[in-house]
Design a protein around this ligand. Structure first.
Ligand SMILES: [Zn+2]
Length: 329
């Protein structure tokens, strides 16, 4: 697809914090309340547990002018500026970037990025207020970048706080680690993981959890991989039908027998993606070649059909009718 699906993330910044982040959150909130926050925080733990969401909520709470129970209010000036991305002087994000010469995405955070961050923190501290920086993934700083960061950590400026996010903290030098307050997110209890997955619509997740060492975020991503596979099948089936190379009868049987709702959901997304690409003057990799009005009508019909599957509709017949409408006469 030219509309590539977003990189799958179990818990994204802005999502509600999962219960197993509670202890870490309470600790940070207490330190903020007592004005005993460190200048550097190392947030670690396996991927998929919500480190980024926690860091994001923490940063937002620091910039909020009237936090509720330690959480950002979302409506004050500070919150609105941050949400609009126009809080430039107070939050810096250091992450993997493309090499400006080649345009190729770098696999490591380089020394120039850390130097630029340090310079901004030193300059901005003259104006007061919190200066926040997030380095993510911190464990991808190369040795020179780590050395540069160490100098900043040794001479912290004013009310500055650098949050380092690392799945693999052992890739940071011991001296950097010793300068940070470390917070580890751990895999939660099995029952908590099951409850969280169930709340996201995944029941009987024992096998998924077994396959991911009990990590609910990873289990959720794994369940979604079945979803990705179905999306590809849906794209393939629709293109084949449009080209007269598949029969609606067979396709509808397959769809009705395996996650018809998910398949229709993907069909809606694919058709809408093709339509959006056309509107932007491009052609998506998934594009059955129908005119825009037909694309739009079939996407709407798929949406209605999906909603109707929860009702008394015979899904195989309804699917057959919808799919049969796509085959060329
Ligand atoms: Zn606020």
């Amino acid at each position: 697809m030219s509309d590539a699906p977003d990189e799958p993330v179990a818990i994204a910044p802005g999502d509600p914090l999962p219960p197993w982040c509670g202890a870490a959150w309470d600790l940070l909130a207490a330190r903020a309340a007592n004005a005993t926050l460190p200048h550097a925080l190392l947030l670690c733990g396996p991927a998929g547990l919500g480190k980024r969401a926690l860091a994001d909520a923490f940063v937002r709470a620091r910039l909020c002018e009237s936090p509720h129970d330690g959480h950002a209010c979302g409506v004050c000036r500070g919150c609105r500026l941050l949400a609009a991305g126009s809080h430039p002087d107070r939050v810096r994000q250091v992450t993997l970037e493309p090499n400006p010469k080649t345009g190729v995405m770098r696999k490591e955070i380089v020394v120039d990025q850390v130097r630029a961050l340090s310079a901004r923190l030193a300059m901005a501290s003259q104006f007061g207020g919190w200066q926040l920086a997030v380095i993510d993934p911190a464990d991808r700083m190369n040795p020179a970048a780590q050395n540069a960061l160490l100098k900043t950590l040794e001479e912290p400026s004013g009310a500055s706080l650098i949050v380092l996010i690392a799945d693999q903290p052992w890739r940071l030098t011991a001296t950097i680690r010793s300068r940070c307050q470390r917070l580890d997110l751990a895999v939660p209890a099995h029952a908590d993981a099951l409850a969280w997955l169930a709340a996201r619509g995944i029941e009987s997740a024992d096998a998924l959890l077994a396959a991911t060492g009990g990590n609910p975020g990873q289990a959720w991503l794994l369940a979604g991989q079945g979803g990705m596979q179905r999306r590809q099948e849906v794209a393939r089936d629709l293109l084949a039908l449009a080209a007269g190379q598949a029969r609606a009868r067979e396709v509808s049987k397959t769809w009705a027998g395996d996650a018809p709702e998910q398949r229709l959901e993907q069909a809606v997304r694919l058709l809408a993606g093709a339509l959006r690409a056309r509107a932007a003057g491009r052609r998506a990799r998934f594009d059955p070649g129908w005119d825009a009005a037909t694309l739009a009508a079939r996407a709407r019909a798929a949406g209605r059909l999906r909603a109707g599957l929860n009702g008394p509709l015979r899904s195989d017949l309804a699917l057959f009718e919808w799919l049969d409408g796509m085959t060329p006469d």
